[in-house]
Design a protein around this ligand. Structure first.
Ligand code: MN
Length: 196
């Protein structure tokens, strides 16, 4: 069962100027595709040859197979949360907003806390908003291919802070990329994930 690169829910230039079509071309077209190709090569002859992605992430030992499976999941999850700035829902409402206010204070405070977590991931990795097993919203940092599914957390949103996510557009200015991230994040998607 070959894993496939899922289609993007937007056109390559829809996220500009927050994320350029050049970055999408490399990040989705090259990096995400490479994780898919690596995964398909690595599962051959293993017990995971016919397993779904989430099973592989939950059960594979640390190493290349886990890393590539987790990166496939992480990137699909990342790209699926974006929309052109003009049509992206800019703030959460209702139950998700109430949960954010319960666990982080005002929405603006949440944005500040998440942005700081993303800015301070040391080296390559990800910042996540997850639901933990007690049902609390938590902001986490993961290095490299770290993935909430491997920790039995439910992921809601993520910011990829590997340099390949922003270097073509922002060079070393990771905080500028994180600031622009909020402009294309579609809270409709995050609300759906929270309610699911
Ligand atoms: Mn990436």
């Amino acid at each position: 069962m070959a894993h496939q690169l899922p289609p993007l829910p937007f056109s390559a230039n829809d996220l500009s100027p927050a994320i350029s079509s050049l970055t999408i071309g490399y990040h989705y077209g090259k990096h995400h595709q490479a994780y898919i190709n690596n995964l398909n090569n690595l599962i051959v002859g293993t017990p995971f040859e016919n397993s779904g992605l989430e099973t592989i992430i939950a059960k594979a030992p640390a190493g290349a197979l886990f890393n590539n499976a987790a990166q496939v999941f992480n990137h699909t999850f990342y790209f699926n949360q974006f929309k052109a700035s003009a049509t992206a829902k800019k703030r959460p409402e209702n139950e998700l907003l109430r949960a954010i206010e319960k666990d982080f204070g005002k929405f603006e405070k949440f944005v500040e806390t998440f942005s700081s977590a993303a800015a301070t991931v040391f080296g390559s990795g990800w910042a996540w908003l997850v639901l933990d097993q007690e049902g609390n919203l938590v902001i986490t940092q993961e290095s490299n291919a770290g993935c909430p599914l491997a920790r039995k957390q439910k992921p809601l949103m993520t910011c990829d802070v590997w340099e390949h996510a922003y270097y073509l557009d922002y060079q070393n200015r990771r905080p500028d990329y994180i600031k622009a991230f909020w402009d294309i994040l579609d809270w409709n998607v995050i609300e759906k994930r929270f309610g699911a």
